[in-house]
Write a protein that binds this ligand. Structure first.
Ligand SMILES: [Fe+2]
Length: 182
């Protein structure tokens, strides 16, 4: 991966955030356009296809704080549980394959708090290459990859390993706090 091209992408996204509060209207649409341009640059597509996604791939960002550009992938069928990203925003951009993205509304329990949580699915979208979805703080969502392989870029407002966020169990109707590092 040509670091200069990634640095430029990060700089361009950060300049969007610098002017406005991250939302669908700015990051959601304009960062998507920037990433579409990024993956068409010479060598980028091949690099993204060849990176080892068995461990965390940070394309850009510093561990612990600030915006992160990550590459994720599924080489075998995967189904994630519903979660939020705490107070961070996130943009999921599909590079290859399909991410089946579900979003939920919490109809029982306080927003952002652990404890009893009944979820109602409000949307399911198949994210296909070149398309993206933006999530603001506390938006509950889950991913499924029924037909791997798939690769996607996830841009987050901060390093999610260091923020308090919720993971939901639909079966147990509860939300638990998840935080990797403090
Ligand atoms: Fe997520």
């Amino acid at each position: 991966m040509n670091q200069q091209i990634v640095d430029q992408l990060a700089k361009d996204i950060l300049s969007l955030i610098g002017k406005e509060h991250p939302a669908q209207q700015n990051i959601g649409t304009r960062a998507t356009t920037l990433i579409q341009g990024f993956i068409q640059k010479p060598g980028v597509g091949d690099s993204l296809a060849n990176l080892d996604i068995s461990k965390k791939v940070r394309l850009w960002g510093s561990q612990g704080s600030g915006m992160q550009i990550l590459l994720h992938g599924a080489d075998t069928p995967k189904r994630g549980s519903p979660h939020d990203h705490g107070q961070s925003w996130a943009l999921y951009f599909q590079v290859s394959g399909v991410t089946e993205m579900s979003t939920y509304q919490r109809i029982s329990g306080a927003p952002g708090r652990p404890g009893r949580a009944v979820l109602e699915k409000t949307d399911q979208t198949n994210l296909t290459p070149g398309n993206a979805m933006f999530f603001g703080p506390l938006v509950i969502h889950s991913t499924q990859h029924s037909a791997p392989p798939a690769r996607w870029i996830r841009v987050t407002g901060t390093d999610l390993d260091y923020v308090e966020r919720l993971r939901f169990s639909i079966e147990r109707k509860e939300a638990v706090i998840e935080q990797k590092y403090s």
